[in-house]
Design a protein around this ligand. Structure first.
Ligand code: IPE
Ligand code: IPE
Ligand code: MG
Length: 254
């Protein structure tokens, strides 16, 4: 069974500080180009922002932070950029895992690992194992992730494990096979870099997430920018299908 139920079947809490923030970290290439630097310099600077945002989330009491690092479509980029990004991911795993562990952070990696080399797969497994019981923040990195891939792999894994479900199954049964079955659905989605699209990120899980788009490029997205996104979230009324009056009556009763 899924640990958390879908926002389309139950009404989840709408906490003041989002329990789960999911971010598309976009704009690294443009940040570098503006400074006449190679695109990869933007990716490098982006790593510093990952550190800053992880720390800020932990301090603000966010329970889950999910970062889109590499999409299933990013293989279409020039080979040298793809290989730089893979190397950077491996280096991050090797260098940062100790620090994450010291800070009681649980690390999870979601995405299709079938194209990763053995060394990378091994580092991922070790990092997840080392940090598995940590309790301050769950940091999920989506690497070679695609929302459609996730739904497809969930259906396939479910039918393999439970062939009796072939003729019918419900949302909860499917959800327990999705990559993020261990987390509640994101409360707040942030995309930096100015584009207003989902780019095949968490398609299933974003059903009722509050969306926030900013022109700030990822290498410039700091703690203050994160706080501005959270402040915007705090002005939203999360109705989950109900009327505004119903929502207000419920908060008056509480
Ligand atoms: C996001 O920045 C990082 C990855 C997709 C890995 P981009 O590299 O997409 O930067 P822009 O969008 O070209 O500026
Ligand atoms: C989305 O960024 C993926 C990541 C941030 C990892 P892209 O820059 O690849 O997205 P599109 O292709 O412009 O939508
Ligand atoms: Mg981009």
């Amino acid at each position: 069974m899924a640990l958390f139920q879908s926002s389309t079947s139950v009404i989840p809490d709408a906490p003041a500080v989002p329990r789960h923030i999911a971010i598309i970290m976009d704009g690294n290439g443009r940040w570098a180009k503006k400074r006449f630097l190679p695109r990869v310099a933007g990716h490098q600077r982006g790593v510093e922002r990952v550190r800053e945002v992880v720390k800020a989330c932990r301090e603000l009491g966010v329970e889950y932070l999910t970062l889109f690092a590499f999409s299933s479509e990013n293989w279409r980029r020039p080979a040298d950029e793809v290989s730089f990004l893979m190397q950077l991911f491996l280096k991050m795993l090797e260098r940062e895992v100790g620090k994450l562990h010291e800070n009681n952070i649980r690390l999870k990696i979601i995405g299709d690992r079938s194209h990763f080399d053995d060394k990378l797969c091994q580092r991922i497994a070790e990092a997840e194992q080392l940090t598995a019981n940590n309790t301050s923040l769950t940091l999920t990195i989506a690497a070679n992730y695609g929302g459609r891939w996730d739904i497809m792999q969930a259906v396939q894994s479910m039918l393999q494990a439970r062939p009796e479900l072939t003729s019918s199954f419900n949302e909860a049964e499917l959800e327990s096979y999705l990559s993020m079955h261990y987390a509640p659905e994101p409360d707040l989605f942030i995309r930096t870099g100015g584009e207003q699209r989902i780019s095949n990120f968490l398609l299933w899980q974003l059903a009722y997430t509050e969306l926030y788009f900013t022109d700030t490029l990822w290498p410039a997205f700091n703690r203050e920018a994160l706080q501005a996104a959270i402040q915007s979230y705090q002005t939203r009324e999360r109705r989950f299908g109900r009327t505004s009056e119903q929502v207000q009556r419920k908060s008056a009763d509480a």
